[in-house]
Design a protein around this ligand. Structure first.
Ligand code: HEM
Length: 316
C-alpha cells in the first residue's frame, strides 16, 4: 500500500469533528506530518523498564487468585494496559513537538494525537491479551509447550529481558494465531484516490472502501479450517506457502499501526511474565466465545480464568 492508498474516506469526517484531526483520522496531508513527528516515539526502547515494572506488579497481584475460584481479568487487564500506555509515553514531549511543527502547530492536534494513542493502544492490547489467556486456558497442551519454551530460555532464576522475548519462536507463532483467529481491529476504512482494479472490478477514484482484515484471516483459501485454533498455521513452512498480505492484524503499508512494535513488546512481556508464574484454566469452551464487534473485537463474557501456581524448579 503506498501513500496514494492511505487516504481516509469522508465517512470518518464526523469522527474528526468529535475527536479532532488526529493521526488515525486525518486526511493524508495532515496525517503525513503527524506520522513523521510521532514515529520516533514509537520505537523508543527506553520505556521498557516502566513497562516491566507495571507488568510485574500486576502479575504479583494475581497471586491472590491462586487456587481460588474463576475470576474475570478483563477489566483489570484493561487498566494495566491503560497505565502502561499513559505512564510510558512522553506525551508532553509529543505535544511540544507537534506544536513546534509550524505547518500544523495547534494545541488541539497535539491533544487529539495524545488521546488517540491511548485510545488505540490500551483497548487493542488488552483485548488481544484476553483472547490469549482464554485460548491458553482452553488448550493446556499448547500453554505447557509455551511454558517450556519460556522456561528453557529464562529458567526460574532470572527475569526475562527485552532480548529474551524476541527469541521465543513458539510464542511468536501462538500470538500470531491469536491475532489471526480473533482479529482485534476487524475493519479499516480507506478512500481510493486513483482508479483501481481489484479482482477484475474497476473502482473509480473517490470510492470509499471498508476493508475487512478479519475476512482475510478467516479465508479458507489462505488458512484451511480457519475457525480452528492452530498455531501451526504460523510454522515457517506454512508462512512461506502463503502470499504476502495474508496476515495483517496491524494493517500494512505506510498507514499501518504506528504502535505495532510497542504492542508486541508489551503483550509478549505480559505473556512471558504471567506464564512463568501461573497456569491458566477456564470452564469456557471455544464455542462459548461470543464476539462483541466494534472498532475493537471483544469477548462478551470477558476473561474468566482460574490460576494455579507453576512449581517447576529444575534444581529439585
Ligand atoms: C494488538 C494491538 C494493536 C492492534 C491489533 C492494532 C491495529 C491497528 C490497525 C489495524 C491500524 C490501522 C487502522 C486504519 O488504517 O484505519 C492501527 C493504527 C494505529 N494504531 Fe494500532 N494496533 C494495536 C496497538 C496499538 C498501540 C499499542 C498503539 C499506541 C501505543 C497504537 C496506535 C495506533 C495509531 C496511532 C494508529 C493510526 C496510525 C496512522 O493512521 O498512521 N496501536 N492499529
Amino acid at each position: 500500500m503506498s501513500n496514494k492508498n492511505s487516504e481516509k474516506p469522508e465517512i470518518v469526517s464526523s469522527f474528526r469533528e468529535f475527536f479532532g484531526n488526529n493521526i488515525a483520522l486525518a486526511p493524508v496531508d495532515v496525517w503525513s506530518k503527524s506520522r513523521k513527528v510521532m514515529q520516533p516515539y514509537f520505537t523508543n526502547k527506553q520505556r521498557y523498564k516502566i513497562i516491566t515494572q507495571l507488568i510485574n506488579q500486576y502479575v504479583d497481584d494475581l497471586e491472590k487468585h491462586v487456587d481460588g475460584p474463576q475470576v474475570n481479568l478483563a477489566e483489570s487487564l484493561r487498566s494495566l494496559f491503560f497505565s502502561i500506555i499513559t505512564k510510558s509515553f512522553p506525551f508532553r514531549y509529543l505535544a511540544t513537538l507537534i506544536q513546534d511543527d509550524k505547518n500544523q502547530g495547534r494545541d488541539d492536534l497535539a491533544f487529539s494525537n495524545a488521546l488517540v494513542t491511548i485510545a488505540a493502544g490500551d483497548d487493542t492490547t488488552s483485548a488481544t491479551t484476553v483472547f490469549f489467556l482464554l485460548t491458553m486456558a482452553m488448550f493446556p497442551e499448547i500453554q505447557d509447550k509455551l511454558y517450556e519454551e519460556i522456561y528453557d530460555l529464562c529458567g526460574d532464576d532470572r527475569e526475562p529481558e527485552i532480548s529474551d522475548i524476541q527469541k521465543l519462536p513458539y510464542l511468536d507463532q501462538v500470538l500470531k494465531e491469536i491475532q489471526r483467529r480473533f482479529t482485534t481491529l476487524p475493519i479499516i476504512f480507506r478512500k481510493i484516490t486513483e482508479d483501481a482494479k481489484i479482482n477484475d472490478v474497476i473502482y473509480p477514484a473517490g470510492t470509499a472502501l471498508l476493508l475487512s482484515l478479519a475476512n482475510v484471516h478467516l479465508d479458507p483459501a489462505l488458512y484451511p479450517n480457519p475457525y480452528q485454533f492452530n498455531p501451526d498455521n504460523f510454522s515457517p513452512e506454512n508462512v512461506a506457502n502463503r502470499p504476502k498480505g495474508s496476515f495483517v492484524p496491524f494493517s500494512a503499508g505506510p498507514r499501518n499501526c504506528i504502535g505495532m512494535q510497542i504492542a508486541l513488546v508489551v503483550m509478549k512481556q505480559f505473556i512471558v511474565s504471567s506464564l512463568r508464574s501461573f497456569s491458566f484454566h477456564t470452564t469456557l469452551k471455544m464455542e462459548d466465545i461470543d464476539l462483541k464487534i466494534g472498532f475493537v473485537s471483544h469477548n462478551k463474557s470477558g476473561c474468566p480464568v482460574s490460576l494455579r501456581k507453576r512449581k517447576k524448579n529444575r534444581l529439585l
